[in-house]
Design a binder for this molecule. Structure first.
Ligand code: IVH
Length: 713
């Protein structure tokens, strides 16, 4: 048999199996993106070979027959699907096609809507009374879920009277969904009660609708938006915005983000606007839908096989993708912790190429059990760190199980076992955004991203994590340590990017901190380095020289002492005043400092008790000119002891500088607004903190009032 034909039959078979798993069992076995590409392949073979198409082809029907105890109901008018577009060209082609099909149209108005990622339903109202709720099913026959639909509070049981009379019969088409925040609560509750966790809001919504016991559906936070009309008797409409206005008048929930536009260019702008704010939208959407606004033109255009000719879904780039695991490595961080990382065949996920993905810790590694040669489902959304959701084991003989290494992959030293706490920033859907090893840094990130619904979550790694014992011998630890040392918030040395630093370390020009301050001894060799001309060497030497005059707290922070973030470093400096006192402080003296507990105190003590650290410090100190905490007493300042929060975008002064000034004057900067907050400094576009401050009657000052505020202090 011809190869394409064989492939065509195999595709039909695969898609049928996936439809069954997805639609009937609510248990998809592949990602949406993977399914979409199988379907696209099938459609393209059918376009090239129209004679092969049989009525059994998945393209010739919309879903699969329901398999359940609900009774079935035949839709008066079929529930169609939407054709997909993935880029601007697809949209322009759609527009051209539509104009061509409508011989006399020159311009078209479109109705734009977010594409809800939920479960489609049809609500039948007779003379304004809800008589039936039906799932989409295979598009022509669905399941009668009326008693479940009736439990959804946003769906009116009787329509409200409005200007338009009630039709004798109308099928209101729309989407049942769960909001991100409600989904989070639902899963938290499920976790507490030891029940199954839902994979995503869509699965939770679809699963809830198919509960045989409406009492269960009743406690699920389901919501609804109407997005279309099926059969309709006794009322007519001219344009879509009239339909939606009427729906709203009847008390049906309508998405506020819907918009009527005058051109296809406006449609593309709508897509961009929605995509840019997607993170802040309180429910999941997977694209937007453009519909020809005139119902008369819709009727003229009609439909083909699966979808209406008058509408198209402009999908966001896939947020989930499947790729092959090429290797699993252990990366060594600056503190020596070994993190398992999967190296992947590069794949585009949500518009970004992903070629590696952290597996976080040994627990996660054990849970996922990824092996070389397996496939993995990778997910990311917005700026969310790529996450491995699931592993699809390779067919046949799989690679071997990945075990914790006994020796460091970088320096071959023995590894040992330890425990740690990390701080994870999550968004409102509880998806990970960024991980920090100090709470302070996590708070700093939060205050730099004031408009987003983010929060900090503490993750205690309950299982042991592994750490390299090589310390100053391990190249990875050394590299991480120097990268941190020269970074902006530490010694702030320009011109020592990753590549140059690597090369200087491997040439042994830099083996300890003091070596950085003797780099001018190696000028000639430096100028010989690739992509490192005389000018860059001059700049580097200048930047190193400048960095030698440094605030005591910055230098302490730069040392990368475990558990010593910027705040602790500041506290050490302001309470113990000079380097010698700090380095010789006893455990009890350290404990007496605010914010320093026994764990941090012992880390600091360990650091300064270590002979190798002492040797390196003795070498570097003569190069530095440490600026001790200012002698200005904060006692007299009006800001002394005040809790100040900052929010919004500052125009006149960088946020770091403002913080510095306030701290110098004795204020305590907090990342959240609470009853304890005395003042909130609000920049542009201030969001939830401003609302909270208003609620709590906290004094609010705007950016242009800062000058007076500081002068008065
Ligand atoms: S219009 C014939 N509008 O997407 C037009 N559909 O692939 C079909 N969907 O099953 C519906 N948001 O449930 C329309 N704003 C929206 C939508 C939307 C989500 C779903 C719908 C349908 C699927 C079509």
């Amino acid at each position: 048999m011809n190869i394409t034909r064989e492939r065509y039959q195999e595709l039909q078979h695969q898609i049928r199996d996936h439809d069954h798993a997805y639609y009937t069992l609510d248990n998809p076995t592949i990602s949406d993106h993977e399914y979409d590409s199988l379907f696209q392949e099938l459609l393209s073979i059918e376009t090239d070979n129209p004679l092969w198409i049989s009525p059994e082809s998945p393209s010739q029907r919309v879903g699969v027959k329901p398999e359940s105890d609900f009774s079935t109901f035949k839709h008066y008018k079929s529930m169609l699907s939407l054709a997909n577009a993935f880029n601007d060209k697809d949209i322009f082609d759609f527009h051209e096609r539509t104009l061509k099909n409508l011989t006399d149209a020159k311009k078209l108005q479109y109705f734009c809507e977010p594409k809800m990622d939920g479960a489609a339903v049809s609500l039948i109202y007779e003379d304004g009374i809800l008589v039936r709720g039906v799932t989409r099913g295979d598009g022509s026959v669905g399941e009668d879920i009326t008693s479940n639909i009736r439990t959804i509070k946003s769906i009116p049981l009787i329509l409200k009277e409005s200007r338009k009379p009630f039709p004798r019969l109308i099928e209101i088409r729309g989407e049942i969904f769960i909001r991100k925040a409600a989904f989070k609560r639902l899963n938290q509750l499920a976790e507490q009660e030891g029940q199954k966790i839902f994979a995503n809001p869509r699965n939770a919504a679809a699963g809830s609708l198919r509960q045989l016991d409406p009492m269960i559906t009743n406690v699920r936070p389901l919501d609804f938006f109407a997005h279309g009309v099926g059969a309709c008797e006794g009322v007519s409409f001219l344009v879509l915005d009239e339909v939606f206005d009427t729906f709203a008048g009847w008390g049906l929930p309508i998405n506020k983000l819907n918009a009527m536009v005058d051109s296809i260019d406006d449609c593309l702008q709508y897509f961009k606007d929605i995509e840019a704010t997607r993170d802040q939208i309180p429910f999941d959407i997977d694209g937007v839908v453009f519909k020809v606004a005139s119902l008369e033109l819709q009727a003229d255009l009609g439909e083909i096989a699966r979808s209406p000719r008058w509408a198209i879904a402009h999908k966001f780039a896939a947020e989930e993708a499947v790729t092959t695991i090429e290797n699993i490595e252990f990366q060594v961080g600056r503190t020596g912790i070994l993190t398992p990382v999967a190296k992947l065949t590069s794949v585009n996920v949500g518009g970004v190429n992903v070629s590696k993905c952290t597996l976080h810790n040994m627990d996660e590694l054990k849970r996922l059990d990824p092996r070389v040669g397996d496939e993995a489902v990778i997910k990311r959304a917005g700026d969310v760190i790529p996450k491995m959701i699931r592993v699809i084991p390779a067919a046949g003989v799989r690679g071997s199980v990945v075990l914790a290494p006994k020796f460091c992959p970088s320096c071959n030293s023995k590894v040992f076992i330890n425990f740690q706490t990390d701080w994870l920033i999550v968004n409102s859907a509880n998806e990970p955004i960024k991980k920090f090893s100090s709470l302070y840094e996590a708070n700093l990130y939060l205050s730099d991203h004031p408009h987003r619904e983010l929060q900090i979550k503490e993750i205690k790694i309950s299982s042991p994590f592994i750490k390299c014992s090589g310390r100053n011998l391990c190249p990875e630890i050394i590299q991480g340590k120097f990268t941190h040392f020269v970074s902006r918030k530490a010694m702030d040395i320009d011109g020592l990017g990753q590549e140059i630093l690597d090369s200087l370390i491997s040439k042994k020009f830099i083996q300890e901190y003091a070596d950085i301050y003797s780099l001018n001894k190696h000028r000639l060799e430096l100028e010989g380095l690739e992509r490192f001309g005389k000018k860059s060497v001059d700049n580097l030497i200048e930047s190193i020289k400048k960095s030698a005059q440094v605030d005591l707290f910055r230098f302490l922070f730069a040392l990368g002492i475990e558990e010593v973030g910027e705040t602790t470093a500041r506290n050490l400096a302001s309470h113990l005043h000079d380097f010698k006192t700090i380095s010789q402080a006893s455990f009890d003296e350290l404990l007496a400092i605010p914010d320093i507990g026994p764990r941090v105190a012992s880390k600091i003590k360990d650091y300064f008790d270590d002979e190798e650290n002492q040797r390196q410090l003795t070498n570097i100190l003569p190069h530095l000119d440490l600026i001790l905490p200012s002698a200005i007493s904060t006692q007299g300042s009006r800001l002394s002891g005040l809790h100040i929060a900052i929010t919004g975008k500052l125009i006149l002064m960088p946020r770091d500088e403002l913080k510095e000034l306030l701290i110098q004057k004795g204020a305590k900067i907090t990342s959240t607004v609470s009853k304890k907050t005395n003042v909130l400094i609000a920049g542009e576009n201030a969001g939830s903190k401003l609302i909270k401050a208003n609620e709590l009657d906290v004094k609010i000052i705007t950016e242009d009032q800062i000058g007076n505020f500081l002068n008065d202090a």
